[in-house]
Ligand binder design. Structure first.
Ligand code: DQA
Length: 139
């Protein structure tokens, strides 16, 4: 299967940023492990700090990939444009958050994206990406 992982703003700093919340592994290191684990699938990774670039990537892959794993970072809580992009494409999107956003500040409790996603995985650390992939490959 062709699966696209998309990470939004500040997630390029995983392993450096607020380690007590997000852990100490870089995403590049974690992604290498995912690729080893899913050798029979085609995994792709994209990260951007820019809302429009995230939307462009959703449009690019959203009609022929088998699944998208999206952690839109703080845009989750603000972006109607990303919510609209998810609604516009046909590839199912699994929303992932590394931290349990519901244990954190109130403004992180709302996601504009969730109603347009196939499912949501929250609070399992980086392992949430594996769980999301598992949900796609086991279809
Ligand atoms: C996050 C949670 C968001 O609230 C935050 O803005 C992030 C990361 C997570 O993975 O836990 O950047 O999406």
């Amino acid at each position: 299967m062709k699966i696209q992982i998309i990470n939004g703003p500040n997630l390029n700093l995983l392993g450096v940023r607020e380690k007590s919340i997000y852990g100490d592994s870089s995403f590049d290191n974690y992604f290498a492990l995912l690729q080893q684990r899913y050798v029979n699938h085609s995994l792709h990774y994209f990260q951007s700090n820019h809302e429009g670039e995230l939307i462009d990537k959703l449009h690019e892959v959203g009609f022929d990939y088998d699944g998208i794993v999206l952690n839109a970072g703080a845009y989750t809580h603000t972006s109607i444009a990303i919510a609209d992009a998810i609604a516009a494409i046909t590839t199912p999107v699994v929303e992932v958050h590394i931290s349990n956003v519901h244990k954190r500040e109130e403004f992180r409790h709302n996601s504009f994206l969730s109603p347009n996603c196939k499912g949501i995985i929250v609070g399992f650390g980086l392992d949430g990406y594996r769980l999301a992939i598992e949900s796609i490959v086991s279809i």
